[in-house]
Design a protein around this ligand. Sequence first.
Ligand SMILES: CC(C)(COP(=O)(O)OP(=O)(O)OC[C@H]1O[C@@H](n2cnc3c(N)ncnc32)[C@H](O)[C@@H]1OP(=O)(O)O)[C@@H](O)C(=O)NCCC(=O)NCCS
Length: 181
Amino acid sequence: MKSFTPPSRQPRKASALANAEDRITLRTGARVRDRSALKKILLSTQLFYPYEIDVAIDLLDDQIKWKEESIFSFIFADRNRECVGYVCYGPIQTTDHRYDMYWIAVRKDMQGKGIGKILVDETEKRISGRKGRHIYVETSSREDYEPTRTFYRRNGYVEVARVPHYYKDNDDMIILMKSLP
Ligand SMILES: CC(C)(COP(=O)(O)OP(=O)(O)OC[C@H]1O[C@@H](n2cnc3c(N)ncnc32)[C@H](O)[C@@H]1OP(=O)(O)O)[C@@H](O)C(=O)NCCC(=O)NCCS
């Protein structure tokens, strides 16, 4: 478990996380009560289709059931012992140490405070520790995903492919990647 005070970008945001009890704690072990926290986080973003939320919870259930044997690794960001953000990643089967960052989300009221960046940094560190060198993320071309694409770009992810009409008509899949040093 690690504690972080997210980096401040704006004085208003910094003060929002300045108190000791507002510190973000990272953990990897999934708990059953994370199911409701994750649903709350994913619903709050107003971005995901209901069936995507079901899949996200399935991945969590896999981790709860199989723990270290699950191919889906999680990092949870807790604030006051409540999960407010998380990332799910894992090795891409049949590749040579390529990793997919399957999912990342921060509860709406906690976004823009640096928690997403903390989760990405920790994910990259852990993937690097497993000798992973290339990380891929898939996201939507929808306009309401523009802030998400900005977030990935700010974290060094570069668009490498686009699959037309992948999710739905006129909703393309954009693949971004980052190579670790
Ligand atoms: C994308 C998401 C995980 C980012 O988490 P976050 O805690 O809000 O992001 P951070 O505060 O750590 O921001 C990190 C960087 O991204 C930028 N960023 C984050 N949200 C942004 C936004 N809405 N618009 C523009 N830039 C944004 C920040 O400016 C920051 O860059 P900087 O360090 O150069 O200032 C979060 O906003 C989220 O849950 N979005 C909805 C779910 C989602 O889209 N998940 C990905 C599915 S593919």
